[in-house]
Design a protein around this ligand. Structure first.
Ligand code: URA
Length: 430
């Protein structure tokens, strides 16, 4: 039997007592956990110690590197195009990847968007795209590279080979109340993005009601930590710190989010979705050497739409096919005249999830037509009886629990009440 280099209990005690782990200790810990020598109960104690006591910057870097080393690294050197990628920490109604990837690719840049399925109230990009008849998330390596070269953008499932240590650790954090630790979130996201091999990366780090971290200061700390990790690894990285107190756009679900994304690609769509798509595209193209690219023009003149259609078709989807529609609808109307002054992201995300748009266990299917369509946003004047939002589900029994989730989550103030929207993009961290 091979002799182990460290004693895991010593390492747990070190973190418990606010000490720092060396690079050798972290490498060993991640490797020993991945191969099953360190047990889940020991790693759970370690992640809780990290959650409570934090990690120094060097430890976070070493943890990220160890998780990268647990799997394969991709390499885009053989591509004729520069690569750029985007990652969002997730929010309610966040469908930005859908219009963004083809928009950026329409400028001749490769956008390899390895995505996941949703768990809990934040939706997964693959779940949304799977509402398009025929569309396929699983691609072989050859298909992936060929599509990057021909179309430019690919949104597909991440293979199991990237940062397998993170997969195991994330599943453990999920059931031990240790997800919301900045060192663990930052190393988890950045290990996958660095292993993926992109030359540059734009992060959309969210704060507020519908985000992982509600407090803007903690969102900023996460953004700064991830930008530093990217730079240390030679990936040009920029983060936008964005507000997730209100759902993004008007659609929360799967098929309806695809529909809204297509509206953006057709030059329309809700102002907040367009604003964030354009801002992120500008950052990605700047990192890819095109700071003067006219992003809005590509939305107006159909170039981004052409790339979207090519991207969907290349993965077996029919961009002209009708999207699924739910069997049942329930409309909630305004009970008075006034100004809508509050619409909290998290309850609406939970309600969409309860309607069937999300999954509670990773093996559950999602119902692609389930979700919520908002008809008014904070700041809008509403009149009594006007529809505020529509719930859609295949099973009407789901409405009651969804309505319970949004109870008290919106507010209509007196007509004439002044309302100031919070800026969507709070800061840029480079
Ligand atoms: N997304 C990830 O991939 N990891 C985290 O820890 C949190 C969000």
């Amino acid at each position: 039997m091979a002799i182990e280099r460290f004693d895991v209990v010593d390492l747990i005690r070190t973190k418990r007592d606010r000490g720092a782990l060396s690079a050798e200790q972290i490498d060993w810990l991640v490797d020993a956990y991945t191969r099953g020598y360190v047990g889940d109960e020991q790693m759970a104690a370690m992640t809780m110690a990290i959650f409570l006591n934090g990690m120094q910057r060097e430890e976070i870097r070493d943890l990220t590197l160890a998780m990268i080393a647990s799997g394969e690294r991709m390499n885009f050197d053989a591509l004729s195009k520069l690569t750029t990628d985007k990652h969002s920490t997730g929010g309610v109604g966040d469908k930005i990847t859908l219009p963004l990837a083809p928009l950026v690719a329409s400028f001749g840049v490769a956008v390899p968007q390895l995505s996941g399925r949703g768990l809990g109230h934040t939706g997964g990009t693959l779940d949304k795209l799977e509402s398009i008849p025929g569309w396929r998330a699983e691609l072989s390596n050859e298909e992936f590279f060929a599509q990057l070269e021909s179309v430019g953008s690919v949104i597909c499932a991440a293979g199991a080979g990237l940062a397998p240590a993170d997969k195991k650790l994330y599943a453990l954090r999920d059931i031990t109340g240790t997800v919301e630790a900045i060192p663990l979130i930052a190393s988890s996201i950045m290990s996958k993005k660095i292993a993926e091999g992109t030359a540059s990366l734009v992060l959309d780090v969210k704060f507020g009601s519908g985000a992982f971290l509600q407090d803007p200061a903690r969102g900023r700390e996460l953004a700064e930590t991830m930008v530093a990790l990217g730079k240390d690894a030679g990936v040009a990285t920029v983060a936008l710190l964005t507000n997730m107190n209100v759902p993004l756009g008007l659609a929360i679900g799967n098929a309806n989010e695809v529909q809204e994304s297509v509206e953006v690609l057709a030059g329309g769509g809700p102002g907040d979705v367009v604003e964030l798509t354009v801002a992120l595209a500008h950052e990605m193209l700047t990192l890819a050497g095109q700071p003067d690219a006219d992003v809005e023009a590509a939305l107006r003149d159909g170039r981004a739409m052409d790339t979207w259609r090519a991207m969907i078709s290349a993965q077996g989807g029919d961009p002209d096919a009708a999207l699924p529609v739910a069997r049942e609808q329930h409309v909630v109307t305004a009970d008075r005249d006034g100004v809508l002054v509050r619409q909290e992201a998290l309850p609406f995300g939970i309600a969409a999830w309860r309607l069937g748009a999300g999954r509670a266990r990773k093996e559950d299917p999602v119902q692609h037509a389930a979700g919520i369509d908002l008809h008014a946003k904070p700041g809008d004047t509403v009149t009594k009886g006007q529809p505020l939002f529509t719930l859609s589900a295949d099973e009407p029994e789901r409405f009651e629990r969804a309505l319970a989730a949004v109870e008290g989550a919106w507010e209509i103030a007196e007509t004439g009440t002044r309302f100031e929207r919070e800026p969507l993009i709070a800061d840029r961290i480079a």
